[in-house]
Design a binder for this molecule. Structure first.
Ligand SMILES: [Zn+2]
Length: 210
C-alpha cells in the first residue's frame, strides 16, 4: 500500500500538529528518555503516529509516520512506537481523532497508588468540566487504572475492557503513564492536562491528610 496524495497532505498537517504538542509536553518533563507517543487519525483505516525511540523534545515532522489500524507502516522504513497497538485499539472506537500518551511523574505515581482499586475517583473539581460531557464540579468521574504489561496486545485488550462505560477520556497504566484521547488533538490535550492536574491534586491531598 502507498499513501495517496490526499493522505500524504493530511499526514503533513498532522505531523506539524503532533510535533508542536510533543515539544511543549516534553518541555514539561512529561516524556522523559524518549517515552510517550502521540497519534492522529488520518482516515477510516489509517493513523499518523510517532516513530519508535525518538526524543519527543526534538521530534521532527519526519518522525511522524502513517500506519494502518493494525500498526503496520504504510511505507516501509521507520517503525512506529512500540505501543502502537494501544493507539490502534482506541481508533477502533467511534469519534476518536487523536490520542496522547505521556509518562508524567503524577500519572506514573497515581497509577501505582491506585492499582489495587483499578480506578482513581475524581469529584468536586472545577476542572472536571474540561472533560467532554461534564457540566458541573459535582460530577464523579472514575479514571480506570490497568496493570502494566510488556505484551502490548494484552495491555491494549485490558485497557479496552477497562474504558467501556468510562467518561474519563483517559486511563492510567500503573507505574507507567496515561493515555488520553479526544475528537481532535486540542480536545485530547485538554483531557490530558485536566486529568493530570486533578490526579496531581489527589496525590497532594493524600500527602496532606497523611
Ligand atoms: Zn508508555
Amino acid at each position: 500500500m502507498d499513501l495517496n496524495a490526499l493522505d500524504r497532505g493530511r499526514l503533513t498537517v498532522c505531523a506539524a500538529e503532533i510535533v508542536a504538542h510533543a515539544r511543549e509536553l516534553a518541555a514539561r518533563g512529561w516524556m522523559p528518555a524518549t517515552s510517550g507517543n502521540f497519534s492522529m487519525r488520518l482516515g477510516d483505516e489509517l493513523m499518523a503516529v510517532t516513530a519508535s525511540g525518538v526524543d519527543k523534545g526534538r521530534l521532527c515532522e519526519a518522525d511522524v509516520i502513517a500506519v494502518d489500524l493494525t500498526g503496520r507502516p504504510v511505507v516501509e522504513g521507520r517503525q512506529p512506537s512500540a505501543e502502537v497497538a494501544l493507539h490502534a485499539a482506541l481508533y477502533r472506537r467511534p469519534g476518536v481523532g487523536a490520542v496522547l500518551h505521556t509518562h508524567s511523574p503524577t500519572q506514573t505515581l497515581a497509577g501505582l497508588l491506585h492499582a489495587a482499586e483499578g480506578r482513581v475517583r475524581l469529584c468536586g473539581y472545577e476542572l472536571l468540566k474540561a472533560l467532554r460531557g461534564q457540566h458541573t464540579h459535582e460530577a464523579t468521574v472514575d479514571v480506570p487504572v490497568v496493570p502494566n504489561a510488556q505484551d502490548t496486545a494484552a495491555l491494549a485488550a485490558a485497557a479496552d475492557r477497562a474504558i467501556d462505560g468510562s467518561h474519563a477520556w483517559g486511563y492510567l497504566i500503573a507505574g507507567h503513564g496515561m493515555y488520553a484521547w479526544g475528537a481532535d488533538l486540542a480536545e485530547a490535550r485538554r483531557h490530558l492536562e485536566a486529568l493530570d492536574f486533578m490526579l496531581g491534586c489527589e496525590l497532594e491531598l493524600r500527602r496532606l491528610r497523611a
